[in-house]
Design a protein around this ligand. Structure first.
Ligand code: CP
Ligand code: NVA
Length: 305
């Protein structure tokens, strides 16, 4: 039995055992859903979903997940909330804690997510910040274990920008015992504190040398070159990330049976070719489906009480 936890703010707050316990429950919920078994364990509970950025997968999978668990979800666009007009997060947290049973928030600064947890009294789930995307990495780990059977001896190589996805993959993969390689330009490295932690606690390397990082990978992972909020830097980033593309040449240095994952949305022709994307569509869209199962597991863990 792993220790219970109240929030999912970032994966570094969780132990490897807690991450595995989420994945085990996610596998069980996926199996039960496929066999028509439902558990309305969150009946009468409401999840508020605050979005300061766009979303397809996160919004729909959380809303459907709450409904499948017998509860309901409330979509709260920051454009319509008083947050958008400057009401402080500490006041919003204290008010929403009196109506809701949990909050999922997608925003820019990680500090806002931490402050919601600090000032509110209900579970807070990070649905993506500039720093982290823990829900996505739980689904990624679920998909890797489903396809590979275990995490033992596996290497994941992330190719691209060292921001939210790379940060959370480093923590999640190291905590379950995988080796991690990050191929990124020198100016776009992941969080230095996380890289130091990874090097001290596991098998970790980061370098601009793409083939060296991708060599012997069992999972190749990529993400867009310009994330949400960085649209104004798109041209500069296109130049900086030229070559950081998942294509047939890169796949040729990986291990046999190497998986390709992408958090989506994908920009074909930039970080991934259409050919590689389509050749690995089964894995990539199963990964997207697994957002639903992994997040249902998180919702049960933090909101069931
Ligand atoms: N991967 C992901 O979080 O997708 P959305 O931005 O569509 O939610
Ligand atoms: N790095 C991307 C991930 C999208 C799921 C972004 O932040 O836009």
């Amino acid at each position: 039995m792993s220790e219970p936890f109240k929030h999912l703010l970032k994966l570094s707050d969780l132990s490897g055992e807690q991450i595995l316990s989420i994945l085990n429950l996610a596998d069980q919920l996926k199996y039960e859903r496929a066999h028509g078994i439902d558990h309305p364990v969150l009946a009468g509970k409401t999840l508020g979903m605050i979005f300061q950025k766009s979303s397809t997968r996160t919004r729909v999978s959380f809303e459907v997940g709450m409904s499948q668990l017998g509860g309901s979800a409330l979509f709260l666009s920051s454009r319509d909330l008083q947050i958008g007009r400057g009401e402080p997060i500490q006041d919003t947290a204290r008010v929403l804690s009196r109506y809701l049973d949990g909050i999922m928030i997608r925003t820019f600064a990680q500090q806002e997510v931490e402050d919601l947890a600090k000032y509110g009294s209900i579970p807070i789930i990070n649905g993506l910040t500039d720093y982290a995307h823990p829900c996505q990495v739980l689904a990624d780990l679920m998909t890797i274990r489903e396809r590979k059977g275990s995490f033992k001896g596996l290497t994941l190589c992330f190719v691209g920008d060292g921001n939210n996805m790379a940060n959370s993959l480093i923590v999640g993969c190291i905590k379950v015992g995988m080796a991690v390689r990050i191929a990124c330009p020198a100016d776009y490295q992941p969080d230095p504190a996380l890289m130091k932690w990874a090097a001290e606690n596991g098998d970790f390397q980061c370098s601009p040398d793409i083939p060296a990082m991708a060599q012997n990978a069992d999972v190749i992972y990529t993400d867009v070159w310009a994330s949400m909020g960085q649209e104004g830097e798109a041209e500069k980033r296109k130049a900086a990330f030229t070559g950081y593309q998942v294509n047939d040449a890169l796949m040729s240095v990986t291990n046999k049976g190497c998986m390709v994952l992408h958090c989506l949305p994908a920009h074909r022709g930039e970080e991934i070719t259409n050919e590689v994307m389509e050749a690995h569509a089964d894995e990539i869209f199963e990964e997207a489906e697994n957002r639903l199962h992994a997040q249902k597991a998180v919702l049960v863990k933090v909101m069931k009480g």
